[in-house]
Design a protein around this ligand. Structure first.
Ligand SMILES: *[C@@H]1O[C@H](CO)[C@@H](O)[C@H](O)[C@H]1NC(C)=O
Ligand SMILES: *[C@@H]1O[C@H](CO)[C@@H](O)[C@H](O)[C@H]1NC(C)=O
Ligand SMILES: *[C@@H]1O[C@H](CO)[C@@H](O)[C@H](O)[C@H]1NC(C)=O
Ligand SMILES: *[C@@H]1O[C@H](CO)[C@@H](O)[C@H](O)[C@H]1NC(C)=O
Ligand SMILES: *[C@@H]1O[C@H](CO)[C@@H](O)[C@H](O)[C@H]1NC(C)=O
Length: 252
């Protein structure tokens, strides 16, 4: 797999304009998981696409990364306040969906075309030393955010999953720090309300997508990979911001 560094981390929160994306539900009616009997090494038994060559997550070895110059990334509507935001526990992750008057999008960088926001979610671990899916130089981050976007030309998220360039995921890594990060406080406070699968909660304070991203957005790793949950479709241009965001231990 070719990895390139262009100029840019995860828990589970999803943002979207309405319906949940198809890949968050298990369309085959089987459960997949992260335990010994149903973890990633078993996914290919039920989902043959999980055995492909361009599977995520990966370990990014910085010394093997090629540095390239790409056009700047453009973020559209990332500073707009959504009309409403809903936090949902879908059984696998905590997602944040947003209802926006004009859906936020991203273009430029490694992307050809405009990609519309669908949802955002977090991956975290049982303790502070495990959590992120991708690793950098074998270093695991306690939390990783995935902002999932689909190519506008394909009309719908579902349609986009049939094309190699259908999706892009903006990934943000988190590190532990002594003080609380105000932006994340409201999301963290909601987590106890969404511990049950399929539970939902409205966010009172409306956060913008931009406030969830690191300051340094021009430094990122990018590679062509897959969705990290079944059916593991290899349709994702990953954009992983190099600069981690700092959160307190309590917030993790
Ligand atoms: C989004 O907001 C609009 C305007 O307030 C409303 O009509 C619509 O039902 C909302 N959609 C969702 C999915 O909440
Ligand atoms: C964190 O969890 C991982 C996986 O369960 C375990 O291997 C590791 O020893 C734990 N670390 C600490 C500091 O508890
Ligand atoms: C990461 O782990 C792999 C497998 O154990 C090893 O080959 C590689 O050298 C490690 N990379 C770093 C940067 O430590
Ligand atoms: C899927 O995207 C292709 C390419 O843009 C388009 O031709 C087709 O009509 C789309 N299909 C649906 C069901 O939206
Ligand atoms: C990813 O795939 C696209 C074609 O879909 C290609 O243009 C691009 O060079 C690939 N990127 C990398 C880093 O291999």
């Amino acid at each position: 797999m070719k990895l390139v560094v262009a100029a840019n981390l995860l828990l589970a929160l999803l943002l979207s304009g309405g319906c949940l994306p198809a890949w968050t539900s298990d369309t085959k009616g089987h459960m997949f998981g992260y335990d010994d009997h149903n973890g990633p090494s078993h996914w290919a038994e039920e989902y043959e696409t999980c055995a492909g060559k361009f599977q995520s997550p990966i370990d990014i070895e910085e010394h093997l990364v090629t540095q390239v110059r790409l056009p700047p990334l453009h973020f559209h509507g990332f500073q707009s306040e959504p009309i409403s935001s809903t936090v949902t526990n879908n059984g696998h992750t905590v997602m944040l969906q947003m209802n926006m008057s004009k859906m936020a999008s991203v273009s430029g960088g490694p992307l050809k075309g405009n990609y519309l926001f669908t949802q955002l979610h977090f991956h975290w671990g049982y303790n502070d030393s495990v959590g992120s899916e991708d690793t950098i130089n074998n270093h695991t981050f306690p939390l990783e955010l995935h902002i999932v976007m689909y190519k506008e030309n394909y009309g719908t998220f579902e349609n986009a999953t049939h094309y190699k360039d259908g999706l892009t995921v903006l990934a943000v890594f988190y590190e532990i720090y002594e003080t609380e990060n105000q932006v994340y406080s409201e999301i963290v406070q909601l987590l106890p309300f969404v511990t049950m699968p399929n539970s939902q909660h409205q966010l009172k304070k409306l956060i913008t997508l931009d406030s969830l991203l690191p300051m340094t957005k021009h430094l990122y790793f990018t590679y062509n990979g897959s969705l990290t949950t079944p059916p593991c479709l290899e349709v994702v241009t990953w954009i992983e911001f190099k600069q981690p965001i700092l959160l307190s231990h309590y917030q993790m």
